[in-house]
Design a protein around this ligand. Structure first.
Ligand code: S3P
Length: 429
């Protein structure tokens, strides 16, 4: 495990960054390219550890994939082209890889054994195992299939009508990928709208999908055709620098080519409501909307965040907690119990680590209560192996007095390998 000395209290943050490709879209580009027929090319792919896990799993399933930095090409031979892997598939730290891939494998009559790292071993898989079993897949694993290692034997699936018990794009996507192969129609009802990259990608690969409010319908037996995908920058990565510019003095940061899919832009709504100086310049849409975001030093105030906004910013809650710790007044984050089953229990890790710096932050059952405005003081903090906790703490350093060290800084590689290089380019020389 690495310990990294963090940059503390700075006088300004200025410059422009092209954030790396979106993690969710990068995963899906490999998966859809692998099950489609013909060649798929991907530009601005995120070569972070999580998406590389997806590539290695699909290579192990017999797909020809060549990656050169952020360019990838995939020779898809359809679902029939996937072969029974000799070894156990390893998803590393990636919940998206395991949950979506299971939806694909559920429809194929061969045996697969899947595992990941120690964080994956704690994350609930029942949420996908249950509906996939209802559709006809045979899945087993630790604790009746709720935890890895999992073993799966797919086969002919039947369409189901499924009301999602939790708002989860991973579960929705897994069922959609199974639904593509099932007999008849699959209908999914979401309690709240979640990121819709899978639905968009099905259309992009020539598939048919119907959306009506919170209801999504897909017909089985569809074949997809390889295509070209240009991945927009990840708003979840941009969020760290958006926050950094807002909480530091004399700052202006421009973030180029950031994905602005409305199911992901909750962080922009929050920054605006907190009083941030933020400008959005949206470009022409091509599959996924994107644009340039500029954020300047801001006076922030506490707000209440909950309800349908939560899935639109679920991955940004660690950095929102830091914004709240810096803002005047109280911020309440509620309806976010899902945070407990992310890469770490993010209610506990965010509250624990920000408390170490002197923030007034309380862990609640379904969120956090933060009384902002207390000055932060340096300490040794930990990522707990969670990339977003690591990046949030590195940004916290920028407003912290004294020395600060981050243990487990290598976790950041999961979604933003150039994070510290990009941060350095913004610092005063
Ligand atoms: C993701 C969905 C979200 C998100 C995760 C990526 C995806 O998880 O937290 O980082 O790519 O579908 P849930 O769907 O479990 O909420």
């Amino acid at each position: 495990m690495n310990t990294r000395k963090l940059q503390t209290k700075i006088s300004s943050l200025r410059g422009s960054i092209k954030v790396p490709g979106d993690k969710s879209i990068s995963h899906r580009s490999i998966m859809f390219g692998s099950i489609a027929e013909g060649k798929t090319t991907v530009e601005n792919f995120l070569p972070g550890a999580d998406c590389l896990s997806t590539i290695s799993c699909f290579k192990a399933l017999g797909v020809q994939i060549s990656a050169d930095g952020d360019s990838v090409s995939i020779i898809g031979k359809g679902l029939e082209g996937l072969i029974e892997p000799v070894e156990q598939l390893d998803v590393g730290n990636s919940g998206t890889t395991i949950r979506l891939m299971m939806g694909i494998l559920a429809g194929i009559d061969f045996h697969v054994s899947i595992q990941g790292d120690s964080s994956i071993a704690k994350r609930p898989m029942n949420r996908v195992v249950q509906p996939l079993r209802q559709m006809g897949a045979k899945i087993d694993g630790r604790k009746d299939g709720n935890f890895t290692p999992l073993s799966l034997r797919g086969g002919q699936l039947r369409g189901i009508r499924y009301e999602l018990p939790v708002a989860s794009a991973q579960v929705k996507s897994s069922i959609l990928l199974a639904g593509l192969q099932a007999e008849g129609e699959t209908v999914i009802i979401e309690p709240e709208k979640t990121r819709d990259h899978t639905e968009r990608m099905i259309s992009l690969f020539g598939g048919e999908i119907e959306k009506d409010g919170h209801k999504i319908t897909i017909k089985g037996g569809q074949k997809l055709k390889g295509t070209h995908i240009s991945v927009p920058g990840d708003i979840s990565s941009a969020a760290f620098f958006m926050a950094a510019a807002a909480i530091t003095e004399n700052s202006e940061v421009v973030l180029e080519n950031v994905g602005l899919n409305p199911t992901r832009t909750g962080i922009i709504d929050v920054l605006k409501e907190m009083g941030a100086d933020i400008t959005i310049d949206q470009a022409e849409e091509s599959g996924e909307p994107y644009g340039t975001i500029t954020v300047r030093s801001s006076q922030l105030r506490g707000i209440t965040i909950g309800g349908s906004l939560i899935p639109r910013l679920i991955d940004e809650i660690p950095i929102i907690a830091l914004l709240a710790a810096h803002a005047s007044g109280t911020t309440i984050i509620k309806d976010a119990a899902e945070l407990k089953v992310k890469e770490t229990n993010r209610i506990d890790t965010v509250a624990g680590e920000l408390s170490k710096l002197g923030a007034d932050i309380l862990a609640a059952d379904d969120g956090l209560i933060i009384k902002g405005g207390k000055p932060l003081a340096g300490n040794t903090v930990s990522s707990h192996g969670d990339h977003r906790i690591g990046m949030m703490l590195a940004i916290a350093g920028l407003i912290t007095e004294g020395e600060m060290n981050l243990t487990g800084s290598e976790a950041i590689e999961v979604s933003y390998p150039q994070f510290f290089d990009h941060l350095n380019t913004l610092l005063p020389s």
